[in-house]
Design a binder for this molecule. Structure first.
Ligand SMILES: NC(=O)c1ccc[n+]([C@@H]2O[C@H](COP(=O)([O-])OP(=O)(O)OC[C@H]3O[C@@H](n4cnc5c(N)ncnc54)[C@H](OP(=O)(O)O)[C@@H]3O)[C@@H](O)[C@H]2O)c1
Length: 233
């Protein structure tokens, strides 16, 4: 069985891929609040006593949208994205459950081509808090960190930038990749084709274009490692 924290977009896409041979169980906040260490311990312990006990834990729960909620509430950001991640990671480590941490390309600072060895330099609290979660994951044996360039579809904004380039990828495609790379360890960049945000979004819905390079930087992910696993989109 695969346990998934949270009930957001990625958690739901993972649940959609649930099969008899690989059951996926989602843990919404009401079932397991990751900031409550005792609840996390209790919930996972109960699953460990079932015949189909969990072998993987995909940690998707996080304080995410809008991203600046992490700037406005830094302590909640710390509690959810760092301490909450530690609460889950510790119990996974205790029971030998493979810990898969969903991170973000926002841990990178620069706009050049970045691979998994490139320096990290988050530009906001969201990026720092997710990097804090990565530090937690690094301390857990055989964990997997996926630095995703997820883009919400439907798009959350009225306009999409045609001069900002990223390796945007849908939640559905990332869910599919997670199931294929779940036995890997270390850090893997996860993204799709490098293209303008407008180009990516307009493949899924009609949207107006705008210029935004003065607000949001372009970022090019090197996804050679992912492609080498032959699971990319
Ligand atoms: N979407 C992006 O642009 C993007 C890009 C790169 C990486 N990521 C990462 O990918 C992962 C999944 O993203 P997503 O788009 O699926 O996020 P999402 O739709 O915003 O879902 C986040 C989930 O986390 C849950 N959560 C928050 N605090 C919690 C707590 N204390 N206990 C339990 N659950 C809690 C939320 O529950 P409630 O609904 O109850 O608040 C929600 O179900 C996240 O870790 C995110 O950082 C996202």
């Amino acid at each position: 069985m695969i346990l998934v924290s949270g009930s957001g977009k990625l958690a739901k896409e993972l649940t959609n891929l649930c099969s008899l041979s690989l059951p996926v169980t989602m843990l919404p906040r009401r079932a397991m609040d990751i900031t409550n260490e005792y609840m996390v311990s209790d919930v996972i312990k109960k699953f460990m006593m079932t015949p189909d006990y969990p072998k993987y834990f995909v940690h998707t729960a996080a304080l995410t949208k809008p991203m600046d909620v992490n700037d406005r509430n830094p302590i909640m950001s710390l509690d959810t994205n760092i301490v909450g991640t530690a609460n889950v990671a510790k119990i996974c480590s205790k029971y030998g459950i493979k810990f898969i941490y969903i991170s973000t390309d926002f841990v990178y600072g620069g706009s050049e081509l970045v691979d998994e060895e490139s320096k990290v330099k988050p530009s906001n609290n969201y990026g720092w808090s997710k990097l804090g979660g990565e530090c937690v994951a690094k301390l857990v044996k055989d964990s997997l960190i996926l630095r995703c360039s997820l883009c919400d579809i439907p798009f959350r904004h009225k306009l999409a930038f045609d001069d900002v380039y990223r390796n945007s990828i849908t939640h559905k495609d990332v869910a599919d990749i997670i199931l294929k790379v779940k036995d890997e360890v270390g850090i893997i960049n996860v993204g799709g084709e490098y293209q303008s945000v407008y180009n990516f979004v307009s493949k899924h819905q009609s949207i107006e274009k705008a210029s935004g390079s003065h607000i949001a930087p372009s970022l090019r992910l090197d996804t050679k490692k992912l492609k080498g696993l032959r699971v990319g989109v």
